[in-house]
Design a protein around this ligand. Structure first.
Ligand code: MG
Length: 161
């Protein structure tokens, strides 16, 4: 087996009225959505940081500064695909991604398959190489109070042949 690397990513965004709730590129029906410069797709941002971390390529803010109007309301799946290109250019291929979304409401489970499909397509890997888990804050902290959503991700890269 060739060289393998692992990276970790974490993100959180505030839940506000008047924004769509987009998780892993999938719009989820809810009375509030995530605030941010881009579409605020918290899960995709965590995965981007995991990939960049594994490749030794800094973090999402270094690649897509939120001071840059180019990324205003950006589709985070487009950012993910750009990151995939940069990871590949650095000589890596994606092994797998595993992530946890921490959100009190709404339930993520009914949307899990669509989210996995969406991310697997963007990453050009099999659906079983993209796992998404759902957790809650059990009423505690900013997640538990419904103030925001957090996501944690790990990614594994293999040295490309
Ligand atoms: Mg973010």
């Amino acid at each position: 087996m060739g060289e393998v690397r692992t990276g970790i990513g974490w993100d959180s965004h505030r839940l506000v009225e008047g924004r769509p709730l987009i998780i892993g590129g999938v719009q989820i029906p809810h009375d509030r959505g995530l605030a941010g410069h881009s579409d605020a797709d918290v899960l995709t941002h965590a995965i981007i940081d995991a990939l960049l971390g594994a490749a030794g390529l800094d973090d999402i803010g270094a690649h897509f500064p939120d001071s840059d109007p180019t990324y205003k309301d950006a589709d985070s799946l487009d950012l993910l695909m750009t990151v995939l290109e940069r990871v590949r250019a650095a000589g890596w291929e994606v092994g797998n991604v595993d992530a946890t979304v921490v959100m009190e409401r709404p339930k993520l489970a009914p949307h899990r398959d669509e989210i996995r499909r969406s991310l697997a397509e963007a990453l050009e890997i099999d659906r079983d190489a993209v796992n998404i888990k759902a957790s809650t804050g059990e009423g505690m902290g900013f997640v538990g109070r419904g103030e925001g959503v957090a996501a944690l991700a790990v990614a594994t890269l293999r040295r490309a042949a």
